[in-house]
Design a protein around this ligand. Sequence first.
Ligand SMILES: CCCCC/C=C\C/C=C\CCCCCCCC(=O)SCCNC(=O)CCNC(=O)[C@H](O)C(C)(C)COP(=O)(O)OP(=O)(O)OC[C@H]1O[C@@H](n2cnc3c(N)ncnc32)[C@H](O)[C@@H]1OP(=O)(O)O
Ligand SMILES: CCCCCCCCCCCCCCCCCC(=O)OC[C@@H](O)COP(=O)(O)O
Length: 413
Amino acid sequence: MGLVQWLKGQFLCQLIICYGFLVSGLLVNLLQICTLPLWPINKQLARRINCKLGYSLTSQSVALLEWWSGTEVTFYTDPADYQFYGKENAIIVLNHNFEIDFLCGWAFCDRFGVLGASKCLAKKELSYLPVIGWMWYFLEMVFIKRKWEEDKRSFVQSLQNLRDYPENFWFLLHCEGTRFTEEKHQISMEVAEKKGLPKLKHHLLPRTKGFWVAVQNLRGTVAAVYCCTLNFRNNETPTLLGVINGKKYHPDLYIRRIPLESVPEDEAECSSWLHKLYQEKDQFQEDYSHTGYFPGPIVTPLRGPWALINWIGWTCLLLYPLYLLLVQLVLSGSILTILATVAFCSAGPGTGPRRQVGTRGGPCPTAPPKRPGLPPAPGHRGRYRRTGGGTVLLDNERNGVGKSANKCGTRPV
Ligand SMILES: CCCCC/C=C\C/C=C\CCCCCCCC(=O)SCCNC(=O)CCNC(=O)[C@H](O)C(C)(C)COP(=O)(O)OP(=O)(O)OC[C@H]1O[C@@H](n2cnc3c(N)ncnc32)[C@H](O)[C@@H]1OP(=O)(O)O
Ligand SMILES: CCCCCCCCCCCCCCCCCC(=O)OC[C@@H](O)COP(=O)(O)O
């Protein structure tokens, strides 16, 4: 194990990371409160400032994912759609299977400059989370109690408020409404059976009302739905603790852009449109479980330095008072206090044997070969082009998998 990898496993390092995140988060919350008087005077400026503050906090977790744990999301998408990313508002429909799916989503947002303004439809309880929940309040995140009668008014109002949002934003919807578990899946498929809907293998039955209301209220504001399908190579079961521990994961994210005009306006039609979308997503996941690839070429937008610079900046700023405290401690001459501090810092979960990465059901019999370096992947014999935004694989000769699904938004759904 290299020194850097060893350091990543040390409790002290992890403590410093969490300390930095919490203290910077509280400072960001404080600054957000300071913007309150600005809202009635210049709302758009207040929103822009809050986006920057939001970026300053959220990007730390992206830096943690990408620079600390070395996890890089591999993006599959049609290059024709790529040009729209970050230049328009969008509704994101993402599967909800993994503990760090939101982190991978944020990495995607960061690559296209919409991280500070990104939003989601989240359960109300998350708004009470210290630091992150309080920050979301100022970023005009949409919260629901999941009791429709109580939610509908505030839900519509929150969406209407986004109509004049001054920055491009992506609005995330986990239509399944909760994270996938086998038990929930079983119940959900009983509902599907009762409704005469095809069974899904990798998703819960989507709840359609939230999607329909979001589409109706954001027409004219949002240009497209981005159908996003996330999975991890080698049946990895990623965790936030794993990321903090410096564990590298291998996420693959398939994005299809569907113009909003192709989503039906009528509630029943919109609902069956969403069910069909999930049936397609399910097929992509099924193919992935056999091949290890999503359809569509791999695109690799360049990783910008700002998340890292911001993180290092905060860490230096916040470590200085800790350093002063340490000096005082040494100067105090109290051996007992010094020993207690050393013992505390060198203890903790990170100093034990490193945890094994979990896998879902072990390696699948048809698992693809490992792909450590990207792009290109073995089996990808496509041509690549360097663009201003990164590397784009131009054509996909990946064993013919998913060729029919290569055009985003053009598949009948
Ligand atoms: C990759 C790019 C990412 C970009 C990232 C951008 C931004 C990120 C920003 C932040 C990241 C933070 C991440 C935080 C994640 C937070 C996650 C959550 O909090 S998920 C929980 C909250 N969200 C939701 O619930 C959304 C989904 N739900 C809905 O939209 C619902 O429609 C609703 C609005 C809550 C209303 O639900 P309700 O039940 O009242 O109505 P529905 O008509 O939708 O559903 C009723 C209908 O469903 C049938 N059904 C289906 N399954 C079941 C089941 N298991 N049990 C019972 N019933 C079920 C049911 O039969 C009903 O049918 P019918 O109407 O015919 O009777
Ligand atoms: C430098 C940074 C360091 C360390 C900290 C790392 C960053 C941590 C950021 C915390 C962000 C918290 C986001 C919470 C998202 C949780 C997703 C979630 O909770 O989904 C809930 C749904 O599933 C519904 O759940 P159910 O009630 O149905 O069950």
